[in-house]
Design a protein around this ligand. Structure first.
Ligand code: R5P
Length: 296
């Protein structure tokens, strides 16, 4: 029997294309809020002895978490053979250490909580900084797909003579990979974050890169202050026509408008978090990883 892929609310577009790529049956579970804010859900589908795949991006994760695990448990009680999770954006990865006494290492707690309900997990470019791989905190099989090839293909198709730019040392890993595949040079700037919205980025020397289109690439755009600070530096260095690419466009509060107001020529994101800036499709990369995980 074909696997059954269920998209949680807000994940219908990527859910449907993943179902196509995985030759899975596609369905949307029934969910709604009771007047008191609790969640009602119903799986009106044939679940018994079936491989179930839930699709839920975990941006703004707290209200999504309970419906997600309730659905996983419902599927299990209805006799599912396995319950996996495709989570195009995986939350809580940035709190990967106790930076101040008393802080919770929420990346690890979240991993333990998700791991109790799913047999496997596939995601796109989780923020791996102090962790080298998901297996350091996830006990279930967990695949981290790189969006790099899809971003590089977009750059090749849309940007003549690109210069790939990473806003901070953490970005070096994906910036180097994108540049290699896009056959473009790259530079990496230095960032100092003093608070959620207080970010300083080093000034680049753009002299050697005259005639190239600056393409800033970051994994997450949250407040957008990292990319705003980098854009400001590039503009002061004489750059123009700046293109900004985020793998995961979270765009907190007015971040999208604030970044647009900087005068960048284009803001582009992958379809890991549903947003009008989505232009890079990661379906094929995710489907390949899921096929590998579920074959094992
Ligand atoms: C840093 O750790 C990440 O790679 C991103 O640079 C960061 O999350 C971006 O956040 P914001 O948009 O709030 O500056």
């Amino acid at each position: 029997m074909k696997p059954l892929l269920l998209a949680l609310p807000g994940n219908e577009a990527i859910g449907e294309s993943l179902a196509g790529a995985l030759a899975a049956e596609y369905a949307i579970p029934e969910t709604r809020q009771f007047p008191d804010g609790e969640t009602y859900l119903r799986l009106n589908a044939d679940i018994k002895a079936r491989d179930i795949i839930l699709v839920c991006s975990l941006d703004r994760p707290d209200p999504k978490f309970l419906p997600l695990i309730f659905l996983a448990e419902t599927a299990r009680e209805m006799g599912a053979r396995s319950v996996g999770l495709i989570c195009p954006y995986l939350a809580y990865m940035r709190q990967d250490a106790r930076f101040k006494p008393g802080e919770g290492i929420t990346s690890a707690y979240f991993a333990r909580a998700l791991g109790q309900h799913f047999d496997w997990l596939a995601t796109v470019d989780p923020h791996l900084h102090r962790y080298r791989s998901l297996s350091e905190i996830y006990a279930i099989p967990a695949a981290a797909v790189h969006a790099g090839p899809a971003i590089a293909a977009w750059v090749r198709d849309h940007v003549p003579a690109p210069l790939i730019i990473g806003p901070d040392s953490e970005s070096a890993q994906w910036v180097a990979a994108v540049a290699r595949e896009a056959n473009a040079p790259y530079i990496v700037l230095e960032k100092h974050r003093h608070g959620d919205r207080k970010v300083e980025v080093s000034a680049p020397d753009m002299q050697p890169w005259r005639g190239r289109t600056p393409v800033l690439v970051d994994d997450i755009i949250s407040t957008a202050h990292t990319l705003i600070a980098a854009t400001r530096r590039l503009l002061s260095a004489g750059a123009s026509g700046i293109i900004v690419i985020g793998i995961h466009g979270l765009f907190a509060d007015r971040a999208y408008d604030e970044l647009r107001a900087m005068g960048v020529s284009q803001i582009v994101s992958c379809n890991t978090v549903t947003h009008p800036s989505n232009a890079i499709d990661v379906t094929a990369l995710l489907a390949k990883a899921v096929e590998k995980l579920t074959r094992a």
